[in-house]
Design a protein around this ligand. Structure first.
Ligand code: SF4
Length: 313
């Protein structure tokens, strides 16, 4: 953690990136991701709803901007957006509305999108695409069977080639081994994504992963630190499940996290924004817009490994 903290400071100083999301199309997804409350394959009580109107999305963007978030991610519970589909039109309208209102950047997490549709989204004002890999390649098919790891990677590469920033992370506490987590970290390093959301499973009644014990706070801190060491340049931020850190929550920054998602999650609760902003202030950290320009990373400081590692149970 000490080495991870040094890397975080070298890159981000006392700045913490803040971002928010809105559930722009809730429930009814045909995919079978085992952690997800929004898959229509599981009885979770989350029903399929219509797309949010652009006005409601702009309202969410205004709220996020007033709370210090630099970006609003439009999230849809869809396998993807097909070329020429109504779903794509809805998302394009939402992205345009957020761009034109000017409260935050417009990001999106919409599943698979063709290069052509990505270009349309970029033209409408999209600056960053989220497309999580969820876990290491070896564990992915234990969690998802309806689409492949490589298909996900292709969408990420297409977005990068079009000049969009990419936000790609995963979920921990799904039963994966430490080696699966390491695989994910190295995959993200090879892809050279820009932002890395770390989520910790919040088990949802009705999903295949219901009933899993959350990871211990110390295990969570080790994961954050390992990702910082593997990904010194990236904004690593904590999203769903960070409440599992309990009293150790403030240590997420000492472990190397440089950002956090604030406000409502998709279907699970988050701490209040006031509590999060108060936490930052009490740590002497400043919230800043996710995606804002920052100085290039100075040569990566060497992580000094103590000769004798402290024994932690
Ligand atoms: S693709 Fe997204 S919305 Fe659909 S089941 Fe998977 S995680 Fe949930």
């Amino acid at each position: 953690m000490a080495a991870a903290d040094r890397l975080r400071r070298a890159r981000f100083g006392d700045e913490v990136h803040l971002c928010s999301i809105v559930n722009a199309k809730r429930g009814g997804c045909p995919e079978d991701c085992g952690f997800c409350a929004q898959s229509r394959r599981y009885s979770t009580g989350v029903g399929a709803e219509r797309f949010l109107e652009p006005e409601a999305i702009v309202e969410a963007s205004a709220k996020a901007g007033s709370q210090g978030s630099g970006a609003l991610g439009l999230v849809t519970a869809t396998r993807g957006l097909e070329d020429g589909s109504k779903a794509l039109e809805h998302v394009l309208a939402g992205v345009r509305a957020v761009r034109d209102a000017g409260h935050t950047e417009a990001h999106a997490s919409v599943g698979f999108v063709s290069r052509e549709a990505l270009a349309e989204l970029k033209e409408a004002g999209l600056t960053e695409l989220n497309h999580n890999l969820e876990s290491g390649r070896s564990y992915f098919d234990k969690i998802v069977s309806t689409h492949s790891y490589d298909a996900r990677i292709q969408t990420i590469r297409d977005a990068q080639e079009l000049g969009l920033r990419t936000c790609v992370g995963g979920i921990f506490g799904m039963g994966e081994a430490p080696s699966d987590r390491a695989e994910l970290a190295l995959e993200l390093r090879a892809l050279d994504v820009d932002e890395v959301p770390l989520n910790f499973l919040v088990d949802v009644e009705g999903t295949p992963l219901a009933g899993r014990e959350p990871l211990s706070p110390r295990a969570m801190l080790r994961i954050i630190a390992a990702f910082r060491l593997a990904l010194p340049r990236q904004n690593i931020f904590l999203a769903a499940g960070r409440h599992h850190l309990g009293q150790l929550l403030p240590l997420m920054f000492s472990a190397g996290a440089s950002g956090m998602m604030i406000g409502d999650f998709l279907t699970t609760p988050n701490r209040t924004v006031d509590d999060d902003l108060e936490l930052l202030a009490s740590l002497g950290l400043k919230g800043m817009a996710c995606g804002a320009p920052r100085p290039e990373l100075a040569p990566t400081p060497k992580a000094e490994v103590p000769r004798r590692l402290p024994v932690v149970a």
